[in-house]
Write a new protein. Structure first.
Length: 94
C-alpha cells in the first residue's frame, strides 16, 4: 500500500482507490485520514484535538480523541472511509 501524506492540521485529506483481484477495492486510508474523517463526522476541527489514539483492527480504525471538553470514540471503515459510529462523553470537570 502506498501512503499518501495527509496534513490534518489543514483539514485536507486524500484517498486513493486501487482495483484489486476479484473486483475487490482497496482504499489506502492512512491513520491521519481516519482521524480527519472522524473529526469531520463529529463536527470537530482538527486543530481542537488535544489527544488522539488510533488503532486498526478487522478493517476498521478505532479513533479515540479529545477536545477541551469532550472525549470521542469513532470507528472509521478502512476500506471506504465511512464513519459508522461515534460515541461521545463529556470530560470530567477539572
Amino acid at each position: 500500500m502506498k501512503e499518501t501524506p495527509c496534513p490534518i492540521d489543514k483539514g485536507v485529506f486524500t484517498k486513493e482507490i486501487k482495483i484489486m483481484k476479484n473486483n475487490i477495492f482497496e482504499l489506502n486510508l492512512t491513520a491521519a485520514v481516519a482521524l480527519s474523517e472522524a473529526a469531520r463526522s463529529a463536527g470537530v476541527n482538527t486543530n481542537e484535538i488535544t489527544d488522539e489514539e488510533i488503532t486498526l483492527d478487522n478493517g476498521y480504525y478505532e479513533v479515540r480523541f479529545t477536545s477541551d471538553w469532550m472525549q470521542y470514540d469513532c470507528y472509521v471503515d478502512a476500506a471506504t472511509g465511512e464513519v459508522p459510529g461515534i460515541t461521545t462523553m463529556p470530560l470530567p470537570a477539572a
